[in-house]
Design a protein around this ligand. Structure first.
Ligand code: ADP
Length: 507
């Protein structure tokens, strides 16, 4: 034991029977008393327990001797600053305060500082509180929750956590809000699907089934509308989650949800504009083409009509004026030949700029056409692609075949949308017709299909059942496929929707 210095306060002297030391030792918190030079004057049994030293080993040593080397210099400066304005306060700001145990372990502590003046000398009382692992973890968790909360606020997302085993879903406050506050924090999956608009429910369920399928990517991605009551505005939500699989079984899907109503409204508006512009453009093209044909055919038809009248007159005369009739019939023949020639010239002129055929990977053309169709607003269907991996190249014009595919996809999507098909599906398959040395592409949908009457006229120019349709899509598509050496037809026996096929010759 160190000898007590003469100037040291009388710690052991009792006042009303209790000495300062008695009180100091009785406190359960670990406490150190440090003088103005930073030397430890007293340590209570809890402090000794905490750092594993005896009182003799501590007393008279600079307090920095009991913290790790890397903090010592900084601590000395801190101590000096503290003594310039000593007051009761915690040390640091929940930053890592570390005490060195005798055996070298570092102990994380919270320290509060209180200045005590005894006999005009200032001492600092250090009360040490061990931060145990649990509170450290709680602190870290709180911090990460705060960070997550800040991020959520910034990107405005809701969070969900699906328990795939018990079919329950946790929805955070924002997601509850997005769902019009018609769901609680913890609900069953069925209750959740019940707030999805009935037209989008099957899609949402199908995306979920796909997400929990261990043979798929485990991504849960879907867009849906929320059931709204009365004349509330339509609200669109997108969700994106990732499935956690344990032993090949989906256990949990955690993800985020976002309000995409504005984006959907913009897309809808753009789509409407695009459709209107395209219809207008097609009408202009049709009108110009028809006027050009009318212009070319007008004079020969007028002449044929006049010659026919002459023939009728000549036949009505008695005796029949055979020479006149023959002459007029010759005129008819010549004018009909002329009309045919003019039509031929016109077609030649229109075909003058047709693009060249090239060696094409049909699988790639299909992928490109799907991208184009989606970009044009004809997406949102479940796609089944049955491509042939080693398909030989075909000989065709890329842009014309893309146009045909986009037309067929577009027709399928429009038919399914008009019929409000809950889960719209399009299957595109490619196979080889070995005998004919051709590739066969089939496109089928699960829409309303095509009735017998429509089937008969479907490839006629200007035949349409759509309010703003022009009825040129299929006739142009057929002409394009034929120009590339193939055929396009509709399957009259397909009953689960509509199915179109076309062929193209291999190189
Ligand atoms: P438009 O699309 O302008 O009507 P099309 O020539 O492309 O012109 O199509 C003609 C008609 O064929 C459509 O109006 C529609 O009645 C029918 N049709 C085409 N594809 C489908 C399909 N996948 N399902 C049902 N009907 C279809």
């Amino acid at each position: 034991m160190k000898t007590k210095s003469i100037t040291e306060p009388p710690w052991d002297e009792p006042l009303n029977g209790i000495s300062f030391k008695d009180l100091f030792d009785a406190v359960t918190e670990a406490m150190l008393l440090v003088d103005a030079c930073g030397k430890i004057v007293m340590a209570n049994p809890s402090a000794l327990d905490l750092c594993g030293y005896t009182l003799n080993e501590l007393r008279g040593h600079e307090v920095e001797a009991f913290i790790p080397q890397r903090f010592r210099e900084h601590h000395r400066c801190y101590r000096k600053q503290y003594l310039e304005n000593p007051r009761k306060r915690p040390m640091g700001n929940h930053s890592n305060l570390v005490l060195l145990h005798r055996d070298g372990d570092e102990i994380s502590v919270d320290i509060s500082l209180s200045p005590i003046t005894i006999q005009q000398r200032i001492y600092v009382l250090l009360v040490l509180n061990v931060i145990d692992r649990r509170s450290q973890a709680e602190y870290a968790l709180r911090e990460s929750q705060e960070r997550l909360w800040l991020i959520k606020q910034m990107i405005d997302v809701g969070i969900f956590d699906i328990d795939c085993v018990n079919h329950k879903i946790y929805c955070d406050e924002r997601l509850q809000e997005l769902c019009g506050n018609s769901v609680n924090e913890n609900i069953t999956l069925n209750d959740f699907f019940a707030v999805v608009h009935h037209d989008d429910r099957a899609n949402c369920q199908a995306a979920f089934d796909k997400a929990i399928n261990p043979h798929m990517s485990g991504e849960y991605r879907t867009e849906f509308r929320i059931m709204q009551s009365g004349n509330q505005k339509e609200r669109w939500i997108t969700i994106l989650g990732e499935t956690q699989f344990v032993m090949g079984k989906a256990k949990r899907i955690v993800g985020i949800a976002r309000d995409i109503t504005q984006r959907k409204q913009r897309e809808k508006m753009l789509q409407q504009h695009r459709n209107e512009t395209e219809t207008l453009f097609k009408q202009q093209v049709a009108m110009i083409t028809v006027s050009a044909i009318a212009h070319e055919l007008n004079s020969p038809l007028t002449a044929i009509s006049a010659y026919s009248e002459v023939v009728l007159h000549a036949l009505n005369e008695t005796p029949i004026d055979c020479d006149r009739a023959r002459e007029a019939m010759n005129g008819c023949f010549e004018q009909a030949q002329l009309a045919g020639g003019k039509l031929y010239e016109l077609l030649n002129f229109l075909q003058h700029n047709t693009a060249e055929a090239e060696v094409l990977d049909l699988n790639q053309v299909i992928e490109d056409a799907l991208l184009l169709a989606r970009g044009d607003g004809y997406g949102g269907f479940n796609l089944m692609l049955e491509l042939e991996p080693c398909l030989p190249a075909v000989n065709a014009n890329r842009f014309q075949i893309q146009r045909v595919l986009v037309n067929l996809i577009r027709n399928a999507v429009e038919a399914m949308r008009t019929a409000n098909i809950p889960v719209s599906e399009i299957t595109i398959s490619v196979e080889t017709l070995a005998k004919e040395n051709m590739a066969l592409v089939s496109i089928r949908d699960n829409g309303p299909g095509i009735d017998q009457d429509t089937l008969k006229r479907i490839f006629n120019p200007f035949f349409t059942t759509k309010p703003t349709g022009l009825g040129m899509g299929l006739s142009i598509s057929r002409a394009l496929v034929e120009a590339n050496g193939g055929r396009l037809w509709v399957d009259p026996d397909f009953k689960q929707g509509a199915q179109f096929h076309f062929t193209l010759p291999f190189v």
